[in-house]
Design a protein around this ligand. Structure first.
Ligand SMILES: [Zn+2]
Length: 129
């Protein structure tokens, strides 16, 4: 079948990956030539803390716009981004499942009444002559 083709493809990809010594642009995934920061910067790469390397300031800008990342030059902003901790609903104690108290329900009673009445009527018509 084509399994060997797939294996070859995977291997070729892996080899390519190893070959690429440079960084990958976080924005467009293109390879930035260079192994050291200086080399990466020389080839136009820019580094964004928390995001990684970008092939250029354009990609960095796009990435910032997309994820609303404030430029690093901003003065210390207040830590108002603290997300409120989600309140965990306290689990209610399971109600003790016991046999329901034997209280005659109206439906039951009426049914019994109906039955008794039916019996009575039957008896009357049956025994009557
Ligand atoms: Zn890029």
């Amino acid at each position: 079948m084509e399994s060997h083709v797939l294996a070859k493809w995977i291997r070729s990809r892996a080899e390519k990956r190893e070959e690429a010594a440079g960084q990958h642009c976080t924005g467009c995934r293109s390879t930035i030539a260079g192994t050291t920061d200086d080399q990466l910067r020389a080839s136009g790469g820019t580094f964004l803390a928390g995001a990684g390397w970008f092939c250029g300031p354009r990609c960095e800008r796009q990435y910032r716009l997309r994820f609303r990342i404030q430029p690093a030059a901003t003065p210390s902003a207040g830590s108002d981004a603290a997300a409120p901790t989600p309140r965990t609903p306290t689990p209610r104690p399971a109600p003790l499942v016991s046999d329901p108290p034997e209280t005659p329900t109206p439906a039951r009673r009426s049914a019994a009444d109906e039955l008794a009445e039916a019996l009575r009527a039957r008896r009357r018509s049956g025994s009557g002559g």
